[in-house]
Design a binder for this molecule. Structure first.
Ligand code: SER
Length: 338
């Protein structure tokens, strides 16, 4: 008998840490963790196996199909928006071909099991591309189908993978006489910038938020790479994990779409700065905008409309801006770096 597992790719990343910690402490899932880097020691007790490997390695994925009964896949592995611009072709391979490999794995698993495999996929506000700062200011809360003209390779990859997920769910091999039915159950969240107290992001463009916090808590100087008036939607990591698990658990007949915006608060960089300064009055944070990274932030919406998630599966963030910083982030980074 093959072991029934929940597979998590990108297990060592920020969302991976949050999800494995949460499931390890509150759930009873058998977690199969996959990451290109060795899994953090602290996460290992929560996983039945951790594999160091690449999602582009189809031999490795084939072996996993043979060994495990994979009930759900949280496909978190990805090269983020800033890093992807340094090598767009490699980012495309990892972000798109990697996702395709996992969707194929899901189809195969579903065929073996005779039931759909859930495929939970984090997309991003990077799928949006608003041409000018004036239009961004006027756009307000952006809905799922507006402004889908991304300017980064990462955003383009995420948008395309959303379409791939929909294709595998409804139209995969649609001309074949034996076209599989009910095989992949793709469910996707578009996340805003995420802020965690226990991990630091690498290679994203919303990183100025968490970077200001972690640098201030360590009393290290930091230059924020965007203007003070730059606005993006954000969410604290615990709410991101909550939304992933709520979407996974939602009854299929409640889903009216496959891709949902989720968000919590929309501060300017200055508002984040002020909250951090009130906790760490000696923090040495300056503002030194980097033209290209500023351009990316300016193309992303300042706020997104998550009313479809609220309506269909009861999404509601627990922590607003004030509570995220006062109750979670500041106490946790204080403890971490004291
Ligand atoms: N936080 C991500 C990034 O900045 C967006 O999904 O790349």
């Amino acid at each position: 008998m093959r072991k029934e597992v929940v597979m998590i790719t990108g297990a060592n990343g920020e969302i991976g840490h949050g999800l494995i910690n949460y499931l390890g402490e509150n759930g009873n899932a058998n977690i199969l963790a996959l990451d290109v880097a060795p899994l953090d020691e602290s996460l290992r007790p929560y996983c039945i196996q951790s594999i160091q490997g690449d999602i582009l390695d189809s031999v490795l994925l084939g072996r996993l199909v043979a060994e495990y009964e994979i009930r759900s896949i949280f496909h978190l592995a990805s090269i983020l928006s800033t890093k992807a611009e340094y090598n767009p072709e490699t980012a495309h391979r990892v972000n798109v071909e990697g996702t395709l490999n996992l969707l194929r794995l899901a189809v195969e698993q579903a065929a073996w099991q005779g039931r759909p495999v859930k495929f939970i996929y984090p997309s991003s506000i990077a799928v949006y591309g608003i041409p000018t700062i004036d239009q961004k200011r006027k756009a307000g809360k952006v809905k799922e189908n507006d402004w889908l003209q991304p300017i980064t390779m990462y955003g383009i990859n995420k948008l395309y993978c959303e379409h791939l997920g929909r294709y595998y769910t409804y139209h995969y091999r649609q001309l074949a006489a034996d076209a599989p039915k009910n095989s992949v159950d793709f469910r996707c969240l578009r996340f805003p910038g995420l802020i965690s107290a226990i991990t630091i992001p690498t290679g994203g463009t919303s990183d100025y938020g968490p970077e200001m916090l972690h640098q201030a808590a360590q009393n290290k100087p930091y230059d924020c790479f965007v203007r003070q008036d730059s606005q993006l939607p954000f969410m604290v990591m615990s709410d991101a994990i909550k939304s992933l698990l709520m979407l996974e658990a939602a009854p299929a007949d409640r889903l009216t779409q496959r891709v949902y915006n989720v968000t919590s608060f929309s501060p300017t960089a200055r508002e984040i700065y002020d909250l951090i300064l009130s906790a760490f009055p000696n923090a040495k944070i300056g503002f030194a905008p980097h033209a290209s990274r500023q351009g990316i932030v300016d193309s992303w919406p300042g706020d997104i409309d998550d009313s479809a998630a609220r309506r269909d599966w009861g999404w509601l963030p627990e922590y607003d801006l004030e509570r995220s910083f006062q109750e979670i982030l500041i106490p946790a980074v204080r403890q971490r770096y004291q």
